[in-house]
Design a protein around this ligand. Structure first.
Ligand code: SF4
Length: 348
């Protein structure tokens, strides 16, 4: 396939996703990088990732911290989260992501509300107060409102697959595609920058499914996307079912290709170079940035807890690795929220 033949409709996207020609894939990544520079500039924004708890009430069939998996559980104290957020402020990351398993008990919800308020009052010197993204799963509209009013302004809720049938195959019966979609629309109505994303290279997933994921992001008008290759965790039902999925090399190539296609489809949104890329290639995130991504999320969770947040077998980018990115010529947007230009509220 030649880049000049690419069309950004379902058929064209699926053909590009299915095409394994290395020259085409390289040309596509180069074009996406050019579009990124023109639409959002060279800067890469940082989100200090704080994994507050690996306790989860849900049981997604692919997840290494699902309710029924045996693993050591933890929950960071308020003081630990605040000390970690202070590290993000001191490193001038500009924003933090509070991520954790899905819980809807009152104690957890109130704790997040208190944390959001406290993080907003952390001393950041001459920089704006830390921007806060939450990634805490499906919650009621009231809870989303409570956290928004406390000061969170971005929320990441991945759809994981925009195909309702595939969604059902990778989740237990009591999980609902429609409920997840409804939650995404609640976030948007409340005023969050509502981000989403899907896994790439899942068992049962077709090139058309992945094309539909891209078109779903466009239809939802998502200002930010965090998608990444499927990385099997050895003890999950999906892996144990032995359902086939693309090789490591293919999943990595697909991960970069999806970033590149999305950048062409939605030039001015924020696209994260996900941790999942780094698991498949030692320079995965750097390559993600060169394929059109413009956000990275260095993991600043205290190290002894980080290893327990075992979504899949992974390595993590930590604060010191950011220095390596700088040496690779990547321009870091220090001390800024780096909001999506697509959302239209960029503040700094
Ligand atoms: S994917 Fe999220 S909601 Fe599902 S089990 Fe894992 S942490 Fe819980």
């Amino acid at each position: 396939m030649d880049l000049s033949e690419l069309t950004l409709d379902r058929e064209g996207l699926a053909a590009a996703i299915a095409c394994e020609d290395a020259a085409f894939e390289a040309a596509l990544r180069e074009e996406a990088y050019r579009v990124k520079l023109a639409a959002v500039g060279p800067e890469v924004y940082l989100r200090g990732l704080i994994e507050v708890s690996n306790i989860c009430a849900k049981n997604c069939l692919y997840c290494g911290i699902r309710r029924d998996i045996r693993c050591q559980r933890y929950e960071l104290s308020q003081e630990e989260v605040l000390a970690t957020a202070q590290v993000a402020a001191d490193l001038r990351f500009g924003s933090v992501v509070i991520q954790g398993g899905e819980r809807s008990d009152k104690a957890f919800i109130r704790k997040i509300t208190r944390l959001v308020r406290a993080i907003k009052s952390i001393d950041t010197g001459d920089d704006p107060p830390l921007g806060i993204t939450l990634s805490l799963g499906e919650q009621s509209r009231d809870v989303y409102e409570e956290w928004f009013d406390a000061g969170a302004h971005r929320y990441l809720l991945r759809i994981e697959s925009s195909n309702p049938d595939l969604y059902r195959r990778i989740h237990p019966d009591n999980h609902s595609y429609d409920r997840r979609l409804q939650a995404l629309y609640h976030l948007k109505e409340i005023g969050y920058q509502a981000g989403t994303g899907a896994m790439i290279g899942l068992p049962f997933q077709t090139a058309e499914d992945m094309a539909d994921d891209l078109l779903f992001y466009k239809r939802f008008d998502a200002p930010m996307i965090g998608m990444g290759p499927y990385n099997p965790h050895p003890d999950t039902p999906l892996t144990l079912s032995a359902a086939p999925y693309p090789s490591t090399v293919r999943r990595f190539a697909l991960g970069l290709k999806m970033i590149a296609l999305l950048r062409l489809l939605m030039p001015d949104i924020n696209i994260a170079a996900a941790t999942a890329l780094e698991v498949l290639d030692p320079h995965g995130r750097e390559k993600g940035l060169l394929s059109g991504a413009n956000v990275i999320m260095p993991n600043i969770t205290p190290r002894e807890q980080m290893v327990k947040y075992n979504l899949y077998d992974r390595k993590t980018l930590n604060a010191s690795d950011v220095e390596d990115l700088k040496e690779a010529g990547i321009v870091i947007g220090y001390g800024r929220w780096g909001d999506s230009r697509h959302f239209g509220h960029g503040r700094s």
